[in-house]
Design a protein around this ligand. Structure first.
Ligand code: AMP
Ligand code: ZN
Length: 134
């Protein structure tokens, strides 16, 4: 897609710190890392987000995330790992080309991927079950 920066990076038109590449994906280091080793999985074909990506590419992305998480954990000796994938502005997506964040975590690193737990009320539970399951 024209003017999509991640299309250009994924397809090698813009140079990047590439950790891994195959025919479908490029994995690069994030330029604004949350932690040491923060990387991004970029599909080479354009899909804005989870709503647009094909089942096949979504499945392959998850398998690659598993592989990269193991590799990064091994080489960086991190203590944990977050895989984050934002969809839509309200969810924090800023680049509208599907990507998965691979975020190595270190004890007491202060990286904030958290929320304040709410309460699941009977009313909301019933509403959602009805809407999703019909
Ligand atoms: P998101 O907020 O989920 O859309 O994530 C976008 C991510 O892309 C952020 O973590 C940015 O730091 C990262 N980013 C933006 N532009 C570049 C770039 N040219 N190279 C590497 N990472 C980038
Ligand atoms: Zn794109």
């Amino acid at each position: 897609m024209e003017n999509c920066i991640f299309c250009k990076i994924a397809n090698g038109e813009i140079p990047s710190a590439t950790l891994y590449e195959d025919e479908d994906f490029r994995v690069i280091l994030d330029l604004g890392p949350a932690s040491k080793g923060h990387a991004l999985i970029l599909p080479k074909t354009h899909a804005a987000n989870i709503y647009e990506i094909s089942d096949e590419m979504a499945a392959k992305a998850m398998v690659l995330a598993k592989k990269m998480a193991s590799k990064l954990t091994e080489v960086l000796n991190c203590d944990g790992f977050n895989i984050v994938q934002n969809n839509g502005e309200a969810a924090g997506q800023t680049v509208f080309h599907f990507h998965m964040h691979l975020i190595p975590r270190y004890k007491n690193d202060g990286v904030g991927i958290q929320w304040k737990p709410g309460t699941l009320t009977d009313e909301v539970k019933a509403e959602i079950l009805e809407k999703v399951k019909g």
